[in-house]
Design a protein around this ligand. Structure first.
Ligand code: PLP
Length: 392
């Protein structure tokens, strides 16, 4: 196929054309600083506030509870570092899970070096957090539970409502990293008992470089970034108005299209899963069969290296991702796949496919055909597979 097939929408999405169009005037025509007093700049403050309101409505929050950040990573860092600091008098213990994004895990490691204690709760074979273990981990000094809404690698959706109830029953703050879930599943912070929530625009057709942190009214939190009085004195730095306008547009489209879009993605995903499992032997689906993001499929193919598969898919114009921590330059298998109990050698042979509204059945068929062909080729070159076949 001549055309590029983009199947890595969990990494990032194409910025929707309507989003780009909405943003453009705010670069070169409506470029005022929202903090300035004159009328020209008031339009920027208005645009910023409208963005905040749209986002707040999307999760059942109030606009004063939404704070723009420069990324999902910043929102995660802020939620963790600045609440534990504010609640230090109560204690220094945090609970999270073993399958969080590195924006959470590396922040927790940093906090451990600073004298905080962190419990990393296990997940089951599908990647669902073990609630019994979570409850047992609670101490009088626990100030924060941070569990992701949906996993970025295997797509598993967590029992967020139950976790919210556990946190509330013990008077502990509950933060969720909803970077993958926002725009893909319904979220209402009150119904789910969420106190803080992180999200990022570029995962739902918005621009890269803007996210937000929802902070429930009344929660004490320090600033992560110091300077001017922007974001009600909690997050300094001149606001990125064009990106906030783009974020607003992306959220509006994501909400308006959510039902039809996710149903279609689910159909394509299930078709993909069915074909891969039926046609490629020694393959497993990672994550929960049904309780997963509508656009996520993650497979492990025995006897192959995920990186080789990715490179060969790339040579066929297919963009996908593996479970390895390739971004860090290491070939360590994914912490998520190890946490769901996969042995190293199987975790190494993994492939994540994440769909968008733009993908077609034809693209999925082409991709499955290619994956099948490449896996066969790689297995035929593998001494392990050779050995396995001989002993069969
Ligand atoms: N959290 C999760 C679950 C993610 O998937 C990502 C990005 O992949 C992030 C946080 C970081 O978001 P950002 O790219 O906006 O920094």
């Amino acid at each position: 196929m001549e055309k590029k097939i983009y199947l890595d929408n969990a990494a990032t999405t194409r910025t929707r054309p309507e989003v780009v169009e909405a943003m453009l005037p705010y670069f070169s025509e409506l470029y005022g600083n929202p903090s300035s007093v004159y009328e020209f700049a008031a339009q920027n403050k208005k645009a910023l506030d409208e963005g905040r309101t749209t986002i707040a409505n999307a999760i059942g929050a109030e606009s004063a509870e939404i704070y723009f950040t420069a990324s999902g990573t910043e929102a995660d860092n802020w939620a963790l570092k600045a609440t534990v600091e504010a609640y230090e008098a109560k204690g220094k213990h945090i609970i999270t899970s073993k399958i969080e994004h590195h924006a959470i895990l590396h922040t927790c490691e940093y906090l451990q070096k600073k004298g905080y204690e962190v419990t990393y709760v296990d997940v089951d074979e599908y990647g669902i957090v073990k609630l019994d273990q979570l409850k047992k981990a609670i101490r009088p000094t626990t100030v924060l539970i941070s569990i992701m809404f949906a996993n970025n690698e295997i797509g598993t959706i967590q029992p967020i409502k139950e976790i919210g109830a556990i946190a509330k029953a013990h008077n502990i703050l509950f933060h969720t990293d909803a970077v993958q879930a926002f725009g893909q599943v319904d979220i209402n912070v009150d119904e789910l008992g969420i106190d803080m929530l992180s999200a990022s625009a570029h995962k739902l057709g918005g621009p890269k470089g803007i996210g937000f942190l929802y902070i429930r009214k009344g929660i004490r939190i320090r600033s992560l970034i110091h300077g001017g009085a922007q974001e009600r004195g909690r997050r300094a730095g001149t606001e990125n108005v064009p990106f906030a306008v783009g974020f607003k547009k992306a959220v509006e489209i994501a909400l308006a299209t959510m039902k039809d879009r996710t149903n279609r993605e689910k159909e394509l995903r299930d078709y993909l899963i069915k074909r891969v499992l039926a046609e490629i032997p020694y393959t497993r689906l990672n994550g929960h069969r049904t309780n997963r993001l509508p656009n996520n499929a993650n497979f492990s193919f025995q006897f192959i290296e995920g990186e080789s598969l990715l490179i060969m898919l790339d040579m066929n114009n297919i963009c996908a991702s593996s479970g390895s921590a390739c971004t860090s330059g290491s070939l360590d298998p994914s912490h998520v796949l190890l946490s769901i109990g996969l042995p190293h050698e199987i975790a190494h042979g993994s492939l994540r496919i994440s769909l968008s509204h733009e993908n077609t059945l034809e693209e999925i068929d082409y991709t499955v055909d290619k994956v099948k062909e490449i896996v066969e080729k790689l297995r035929n070159m593998s001494p392990l597979y050779d050995d396995f076949v001989r002993k069969r």
